[in-house]
Structure formats: C-alpha cells, structure tokens
Design a protein around this ligand. Structure first.
Ligand SMILES: [Zn+2]
Length: 447
C-alpha cells in the first residue's frame, strides 16, 4: 500500500509531498519531495497517531452522568463513590461493549494506541472469575475488534489507603494479593498474545492502594515493560503520604523506587519545584490527563517548568468523560495560560504551540507505552489524516493549530498497523459498536 500526503509531520518536522510505502503493518519507506504516482492514496495533511497513555475504559459508561452537585462541596472523592457504584454493576459483556465504544472514540479522535490501566478484575461479588484474567481478555477483545493498539497495564490494588488500610467493600472487584496478581499478569500476557504490536506492563494503582513492600514484590513482573502508577492527584493524598511515608508521593517514589524511563507517573499534579526538576531528570514520563483533571477538580500540573527542565510528558483520557487528542492538548495549554496569565506557554520561543504540544505528547506517550511512534521507516503505520476547508490556507503548523484550538480541522482517516480503522472521521464498525454499548449503558443506568 502506498499513500501520498501533501505534507506530513516527520520526526525532523514537516515535509512536503511525502510518499509512504506500507507493508505488513509497518512503514517500509518514506520519500519526500516526490510527486504522487498512479495508484497512490492521495491525502492532504498526515500526522502520526497519538498514544493515549492512560485510560480506564469502563468509565466511559458513566461519562457525563456525574455532573450533579452533592449535598456538600463536591470533589474527587464524591465522584469516586459514584464510580464504584457503576463499576460494581457491570458484567463482563458490558465491560467489553463499553470498552469497545471508548476505543472507537479514541481512534476517531486520532489516538492509535491506548494504555489501559486496568483494575476492574473480578466478578460483581468480588470473587475472581474462573479465568482470573477474564476482564483482561474482554479489554483485549475490545482492542482487537476496534483495531486500536494496546498496552495493557494490569493493576495491583490491595488497600483503601496508605498504611495498608483494609480495602472498602466498594473496591472488591479490584483487589488482589501479590501471588494472585502474578497469575493475573500471566493471564493478561496470554490475552494480548494475538494482538499486533501489543505490549504488557504493570500498574501498582497508587501509594494508597499498594504498600512499599507490595510494590517491591510485584516490580519484577514488569520485566522491561512499563510501570505506571497514579501519584499526587489529590492534596489529601499528598497530606496522608507525608503523614504515613514521611514524604510526598512523587518525592517518595523518586527516593525509594527505581524510577527511570520505564516509569510513568500518572497526574503528578501536586509537586514542588524540587520534585518537578527531579521527576524531569529521572527520565520517567508524566502522564497528564488534563480533561479528567479539570473535570475532577484535581489541580494543575506545572507543565511549563517540567518541560523547561527537559521532562517527558504524554496525554491520557483517564475517566474518558470526553475523548479527544485536541481536547487534552488544548486543556493542557489552557490550564497553564489561566494559571500563569500568559499565552502560548508550552512552545519554543518563536515556535508553534500546537506543534510543541503534539510532538512532545507523541514522544512521551510512546515512551510510556513502550511503543515506537512517528512517521519513519520501520515504525508501525499508525497514522492520522486531517480534513477541513481551512486546510486550504495557512502552513501545516497553522493547520495543526486549527485542529487543536478551533476544530476547523478534524480527523479524517486513521490507520493502525497499516489498517484503516477510521474513514471520513467515522470508525468502520462504529455503528454496531455504538449500538451495543448504548444498550449496555442503558441497562446500567436503569439499574
Ligand atoms: Zn486514572
């Protein structure tokens, strides 16, 4: 298969008249400054597909349904109570149907891979399924049916809070001990075995849900794969961490765990200047989920200082309340603007903000999900083409700005491993998957 783009974003920047030859799911060659040949698929602007480094796919089922104010001040913890109720009601078919919907929407938005931070493991009564990795298999089936690339991150979750607190009844579907977790990781490895370019990592949920000893015990299961952990999303979490571990979450991880390029610290919202600099120096990725962090009232990550210190970051859709590449990157930049009262914060001096955001998140996402990204020979053909009348004017950087900041340009086609999953902005199996997921969500809401 050969495609020809008027312009494409390559690792070295924009190139005009780019011709890609694709075979067995990979980019075989990239030619630039070359005219379209007969038989080439003709495209306007071509981007590499963006990795989505953090998702809880099942939460897509409750997207938009928790926007009520409670009797007291509403916050993350009241949202979490509702999320548990929702999680407790889902059967395996519903988990698969709703995950498939989330993955369809990710592909349509321009994501080519998802890091599924998967913690809904057991049956509704809290007992493991006969196959302990049943729900990992459902996630893998949803990825396979939609075509999205998968980095599966089975989650270790054992406690309700710091200090090894007993888990809550509402957490019963998440809970494992280290030995059962090893079997779960094994099952997850088998679940993804048939998926092209799939990767496996592990995810100790947080310092709330896993003790230092438990994290130490499960770490070898990661091998050379990624290790993801939620850290410092909430102020209360930082305070309890200080009280029980004697350090803030990110500070503690950097001081006590082998945090390096394989690690991804999700959120890292509440960090001091010292933690920001040390996290950047560690080589780990900051897994930012700006839309969810705004929705849950978490706070704002010091992205300007982190990026200036050479820190790696990527974006995740986390709660999946709204799924979008443009939306996450825009919210990331806008939170900085609102905090610092400046414009074009996340950019090189004189450079395009959209380009800086896109390129950094692409590299950070690939790093966090153990996946090669970018339009280069040898890489998987994970590609996004853009459409919109506004493409008729302006430079490619301006077109990218129109995509991220004003929705005058939107996704057209999306390829993952060389397979076209999305055409004209719509997933090829989107209609059937939406119908099934809608039925599942209606049943859950009725309950
Ligand atoms: Zn999360």
């Amino acid at each position: 298969m050969v495609i020809h783009a008027r312009a494409a974003l390559l690792p070295g920047g924009w190139a005009d008249n780019v011709r890609l030859t694709i075979a067995d799911g990979r980019i075989v060659s990239v030619e630039t400054g070359i005219a379209r040949q007969p038989g080439d698929e003709a495209l306007g602007l071509l981007l590499p597909a963006m990795p989505n480094l953090h998702s809880h796919a099942f939460q897509r089922g409750m997207a938009g349904l928790t926007e009520y104010r409670g009797p007291a001040e509403d916050d993350f913890w009241s949202w979490r109570k509702l999320m548990y109720l929702f999680a407790l009601g889902m059967n395996a078919e519903q988990v698969e149907a709703i995950s498939a919907l989330a993955f369809v929407e990710m592909l349509e938005a321009g994501f080519g891979r998802v890091g599924e931070f998967h913690y809904l493991h057991h049956d509704r009564d809290g007992r493991p399924y006969t196959n302990i990795a049943e729900l990992s298999e459902r996630i893998a089936a949803a990825a396979s049916g939609t075509g999205i690339g998968l980095t599966l991150l089975p989650v270790f979750y054992a406690h309700a809070d710091f200090g090894g607190a007993l888990p809550l009844e509402g957490q019963r579907r998440f809970i494992t001990q280290p030995d059962a977790f090893a079997r779960l990781v094994d099952g997850a490895r088998k679940a993804i075995a048939g998926l092209p370019e799939a990767r496996l990592g592990i995810a100790p949920h947080s310092l709330r849900a896993a003790t230092p000893d438990e994290i130490g015990a499960i770490l070898p299961l990661a091998g050379n794969g990624p290790v993801h952990i939620h850290a410092a999303e909430q102020v209360k979490e930082v305070e309890t961490s200080l009280a029980t571990l004697g350090a803030r979450p990110v500070e503690w991880l950097l001081g006590n765990m082998p945090v390096d390029r394989h690690w991804c610290l999700i959120h890292s919202t509440h960090v001091t200047a010292d933690e920001t600099a040390r996290l950047a120096a560690s080589g780990a990725t900051a897994g930012l989920c700006p839309v969810t962090e705004a929705n849950l009232g978490d706070g704002v990550f010091p992205a300007r200082d982190f990026a200036a210190a050479g820190g790696h970051f990527g974006i995740g859709t986390d709660s999946n309340v709204l799924i979008g590449v443009a939306e996450e990157l825009r919210q990331l930049e806008y939170a900085q603007r609102l905090t610092l009262r400046q414009r074009n914060v996340l950019a090189e001096p004189g450079g395009s903000t959209a380009r800086f955001l896109f390129e950094r998140a692409l590299a950070g996402g690939g790093r966090a999900l153990d996946a090669a990204t970018g339009i280069a020979a040898g890489n998987p053909a994970d590609l996004v083409s853009l459409k919109g009348e506004a493409l008729a004017y302006g430079s490619p950087d301006e077109a990218l700005g129109l995509f991220l900041f004003s929705r005058q340009v939107t996704t057209d086609c999306v390829w993952v491993n060389g397979k076209k999953c999305v055409e004209g902005g719509t997933h090829r199996h989107g209609e059937a998957i939406r119908r099934k997921a809608l039925a599942a969500i209606s049943e859950l809401v009725a309950d």
